[in-house]
Design a binder for this molecule. Structure first.
Ligand code: AMP
Ligand code: MG
Length: 497
């Protein structure tokens, strides 16, 4: 069996990886198969029975053209530099090129020890690997750049965490697994030639339009910064808290990656933190843009010698890119919030829109209003029914004041259209920007707990709803409800190692 793999990373970057062999899975069972993604990747697996898919994607019978390697990287974890990380429980099987020319990594996670495992067992549990499915499929359905799950196979072996848990292997698809930490690994060892080789490879893969221009490195850095600025704005709009934005978890591609301790906002609070190990709130909801900028600063440091032979000029150029990141992020976020509020952006109203957005956020924060419901019911208010929205608020006076301002702002967009047409247009815009279903933390936990015990029904129901996040899931309307307050108050996430 061949999957049509390329091996550009393995071949073009010697010294950036080590050979790896997946552990044997005693009784592989396919828990999840992403048919749509497999078709998109043009994998010749349409007719392959689940029992065979389980053998392939557990690592028991690798495709003949796979070349499994573990990638090396370093990383700043919670601000502290770890010089030696790398794929400790992952391996790259190969890359698949689709007809549009794009290369995608297919990589295992949880497939056993590698040269970079340190004291870890290299394994992963069913729950966290299925979480990768739910989050990736939801972000994808929202149009947010993300790595995605192709398969999850239970290995039939228990692994030991706080107690025994069923083990699993995830097959992850990513535009690449190049991270800020990959650059840091070589830069902090003074291996500048390797940083350059890596940067050229990254440009070929993620910005081929820059190949051959005079100084592609600055342009590439700028592009990476722009992609991160857009990504974080999209996370914020959907209430996503990544939870562990270490530099080894920030992909150069601009895709979301590694969903260990992530969670979604319920009551709006910029300080929301869910991860059990994030004591200082470093990766809180509202800190994510500054943390992305911090990570980009680490990337800049690795690229300084490539930006200019004059060290002072190099620093100046890097600082410019970081400044631009901030401006671009604010713009993307404003655009995202304008869409969520149903406003058509105009240069002339941007600054008053920003005020309107901030006052709305303050309103949500003061009364701890559920993020997703607030926007969903504001959509209903746009069609003349504010009753659902009102029920969310204890004190509706400030809401009514804000709604008056919002209605007059909306009227500015509508002056060129008949009333009904304007209302319909806004309703459509708001529906597209505001999901009805998100991966509510308690529903995700419920689905993963059941799956760990062998019942995939809640997982499959939730997955189906998350893949169609703008529609009320008929028969499963409960999936749209916020968690009970007792659940949210004590909700903590774990890195899933
Ligand atoms: P993560 O927090 O999942 O991004 O992982 C951070 C680092 O720890 C990476 O180098 C992982 O490969 C490594 N790691 C996490 N869990 C394990 C494990 N069970 N065995 C070996 N390495 C691991
Ligand atoms: Mg990671």
């Amino acid at each position: 069996m061949r999957l049509g793999f390329n091996h550009s990373y393995a071949q073009e970057l010697p010294g950036f990886h080590a050979p790896a062999t997946p552990a044997h899975a005693p009784a592989p069972k396919l828990l999840f198969w992403n048919l749509e993604l497999s078709e998109q990747l043009e994998l010749p697996l349409r007719e392959t029975p689940p029992i065979e898919l389980a053998q392939i994607f557990s690592g028991n019978s690798l495709p003949d053209d796979a070349n499994p390697i573990a990638q090396v990287y370093a990383g700043h974890q919670f601000g502290h530099f770890s010089p030696q990380l790398g794929d400790g429980r992952a391996l790259l099987l190969g890359e698949k090129r689709t007809l549009d020319g794009q290369l995608y990594d297919l990589a295992f996670k949880g497939s056993g020890r590698t040269a970079f495992s340190r004291s870890g067992d290299g394994k992963a549990a069913v729950g966290p690997m299925l979480r990768e499915v739910l989050i990736g499929e939801f972000l994808h359905a929202m149009g947010i750049p993300t790595t995605r799950a192709l398969a999850v196979v239970a290995t039939g072996e228990n692994i030991w965490r706080e107690g025994p848990l069923p083990g699993a292997v995830l097959t992850r698809v990513a535009s690449s697994h190049l991270r800020v930490g990959t650059f840091e690994f070589f830069a902090l060892r003074g291996q500048q030639e390797k940083v350059k080789t890596l940067a050229l490879y990254a440009i070929k893969r993620h910005a081929p339009q820059l190949e051959g221009i005079e100084n592609p490195f600055l342009a590439f850095l700028r592009l990476v910064a722009q992609r991160q600025a857009a990504l974080i704005a999209q996370w914020l709009c959907v209430g996503f808290v990544h939870g562990v934005m270490n530099t080894d978890n920030m992909a150069l591609s601009g895709e979301s990656i590694d969903f260990g301790p992530c969670a979604f906002l319920e009551g709006y609070d910029p300080g929301a933190v869910f991860s059990s190990i994030d004591h200082g709130g470093r990766y809180a909801y509202g800190n994510q843009a500054s943390m992305a900028r911090w990570n980009l600063a680490r990337l800049c440091e690795t690229l300084l010698p490539l930006l200019s032979p004059d060290p002072e000029l190099a620093v100046e150029l890097a600082n410019e890119v970081l400044e631009e990141f901030g401006t671009a992020h604010d713009e993307f976020l404003l655009q995202g919030m304008q869409a969520k509020l149903g406003l058509v952006p105009h240069k002339s109203t941007d600054s008053s829109d920003a005020e309107l957005v901030n006052d709305w956020l303050l309103l949500l924060q003061t009364q701890a209003i559920d993020w997703t419901s607030a926007f969903r019911f504001l959509g209903k208010a746009s069609q003349g029914d504010a009753s659902h929205l009102r029920t969310l608020f204890k004190d509706i006076r400030p809401l009514e004041e804000w709604l008056n301002r919002w209605h007059s702002r909306c009227a500015q967009d509508d002056c060129d259209r008949p009333h009904q047409e304007a209302l319909d247009r806004r309703a459509r815009r708001m529906q597209r920007a505001n999901p009805v279903v998100i991966p509510r933390n308690h529903r995700v936990e419920e689905a993963l707990t059941a799956a760990t015990l062998g019942d995939l029904t809640p997982f499959n129901t939730l997955l189906a709803a998350l893949r169609n996040p703008f529609a009320i899931p008929h028969g499963d309307e409960h999936l749209t409800d916020p968690a009970p307050a007792e659940f949210s108050a004590g909700y903590r996430t774990f890195c899933g190692t």
